[in-house]
Design a protein around this ligand. Structure first.
Ligand code: ATP
Ligand code: FE
Length: 342
């Protein structure tokens, strides 16, 4: 099937065309870093307005680039949550209007399912079941992925997401927004053993992640009378965050021996040091580490279109009154954890 995908749940506006053979016929993403940078984080109202200005022209652009008419798509897949509700509504309503105008079905995609299935767009050999580490700006979860729509959440964060910890630590050190890529670049020139930092919950019996204490320790270190060099603090933070991700993932891998691969997705998966550590961890279990290319890790519409392909094949389409959902857990059976996002 040929699917048009739309994404607008945070601060990236995106449209893409993807087919059932994993071809990305066209994709466009426009970020809003300049708009939000003065505030040091995403301002929902500004994001929603920017999406409403940009999304339809992006759809026009990808259709034109691919030489495809709207009538030729088999379905329109739009992110319906979780995320900032104003932006989600812009994308979902645009998707509904395009579905209605083209007479094609709507597929209301969970943004997290987009991240969860994106490795299958990049790697045709990736089969179910797999253990997924979803690490992004809003989420840090370990999910056992048994099939499309079959997700068992094994762990989540009890406070901040890993990407949030990168962004907040970068902000503390004055690295600007978004902080993850800037912090990684700075860490390359620093000593990861220079500043002793905590690794919350590592070695613990409970399955979850915690990053708030790590971020607070970065703040304390930075505010000392004699603060460490920024590069050393960045490298030390990145090493601590990596240790947390590895330790919690190892605990989960032990519990899902059926997994055929260890998969990492979400914006933080763009981090080279983290990828390398996770690859070594997967090797401990004799598993491949599957990580999508960088452009598919951060928010994009190709992953939403691909989730649309997977759902369309199973006949999973949605009515035009599908709701926009600010919160939408992938695993509805997962217990609520204090402070844990969707
Ligand atoms: P969610 O998907 O949970 O709704 P999101 O869409 O904001 O959140 P993504 O776009 O998947 O998240 O990822 C953005 C996050 O990834 C930001 O927190 C950013 O700092 C982080 N990130 C991006 N590149 C890197 C990197 N190289 N190292 C560390 N973190 C990074
Ligand atoms: Fe995301």
């Amino acid at each position: 099937p040929l699917i048009l995908g739309l994404e607008s749940s945070c601060d990236d506006t995106a449209a893409a065309l993807v087919d059932g053979e994993r071809n990305i016929l066209a994709q466009r993403v426009t970020g809003q870093n300049d708009e939000h940078a003065p505030y040091g984080g995403v301002v929902p109202e500004i994001a929603a307005r920017a999406h409403s200005e940009r999304l339809t022209p992006l759809v026009e652009a990808v259709l034109e680039e691919a030489g495809i008419a709207l009538a030729d798509v088999d379905a329109v897949a739009a992110t319906a949550g979780p995320g900032l509700i104003g932006g989600v509504m812009v994308g979902l309503v645009t998707g509904k209007a395009l579905a209605f105008a083209s007479g094609r079905p709507l597929i209301a995609v969970n943004h997290l399912e987009g991240h969860a299935l994106s490795p299958r767009l990049a790697d045709e050999t990736l089969a179910f079941p797999y253990l997924l580490l979803l690490v992004s700006g809003g989420h840090t979860q370990l999910l056992f992925v048994e099939g499309v729509g079959k997700y068992r959440r094994l762990a989540t964060t009890i406070d901040d997401a890993a990407g949030e910890a990168f962004d907040k630590s970068a902000k503390i050190m004055g690295l600007g927004y978004p902080g993850g890529p800037a912090l990684e670049a700075l860490a390359k020139t620093g000593d990861p053993r220079a500043v002793p930092l905590p690794r919350p919950l590592t070695g613990s019996d409970e399955p979850h992640f915690s990053f708030a204490g790590l971020k607070s320790a970065v703040l304390r270190a930075w505010q000392q009378d004699d603060p460490p060099a920024a590069a050393d603090l960045a490298a030390s933070f990145q090493a601590a965050a990596t240790d947390c991700l590895v330790d919690r993932s190892r605990r989960a891998l032990v519990r899902v021996p059926e997994a055929t691969a260890f998969v990492v997705a979400g914006g933080v998966a763009a981090n080279g040091a983290i990828r390398a550590a996770l690859k070594a961890l997967a090797a401990e279990f004799g598993l491949p580490l599957v990580a999508p290319p960088m452009a598919l890790c951060t928010d994009n519409a190709a992953m939403i279109a691909w989730a649309g392909v997977e759902r369309f094949r199973l006949g999973l389409t949605d009515p035009l009154d599908a709701p926009a959902r600010p919160r939408w857990p992938l695993d509805p059976d997962a217990e609520t954890v204090r402070g844990a996002g969707a």
